[in-house]
Design a protein around this ligand. Sequence first.
Ligand SMILES: C[S@@+](CC[C@H](N)C(=O)[O-])C[C@H]1O[C@@H](n2cnc3c(N)ncnc32)[C@H](O)[C@@H]1O
Length: 206
Amino acid sequence: MVFHGNRAKIVFYRGSRFLVYPGVYEPAEDTFLLADNLEFRSGERVLELGTGCGLLSILAAKAGARVVATDINPVALECARDNAVEHGVAGSIDFRLGDLFGPVRGESFDLLVFNPPYLPSEDGERSSDPVELAWDGGKDGRKVLDRFLREFPHHLKPEGRAFFVQSSLSNVFQTKQMLEANNFKFKALEKKLFFERLYLFICFRS
Ligand SMILES: C[S@@+](CC[C@H](N)C(=O)[O-])C[C@H]1O[C@@H](n2cnc3c(N)ncnc32)[C@H](O)[C@@H]1O
């Protein structure tokens, strides 16, 4: 927390405090939709991709899970690690830097969690700002989501489950088709926002 401390934002979830350093995604409706619906089991192996400030991974660790938390943004990992220290669970979370499943090659988990960049953007809008990269899903909003959907079955144990979110602006139908093609069953919970609907997908093997 050291040098970011005085510029960090503070976000509360159910009375718990999380610091959000500059350049790190600030937890929002999508984060809270996941947080409100995730069920963690003590002792299980959890992978959170794109942990941001670490809120979801910290909830998992507090419930007794053994967590791997990744991000492509090194500042996010630093922020998440400092929050984990504050919450007394740093020993239960393994923080790894990298792109999607790159940091967990050959590993599988009981629970996968991902709040990906899922909003469509114009090509011209693309920037290297890490906060923009946290929501920028490319032209159709599916640049990262489609890679996740193709790869996650290889990292999920046979009885495992995957939770992820996306927007109505990034082709929910295509997500359903990709899950069905991989023989996954799913529930899709819907939350209406001002300009879009958010979908929380909860997936199991058929
Ligand atoms: C929408 S934010 C979600 C952050 C946090 N999980 C939450 O729910 O508040 C997306 C996060 O994924 C990270 N990210 C984006 N692309 C990624 C990739 N290809 N691999 C790993 N992390 C990625 C971003 O840096 C960002 O922290």
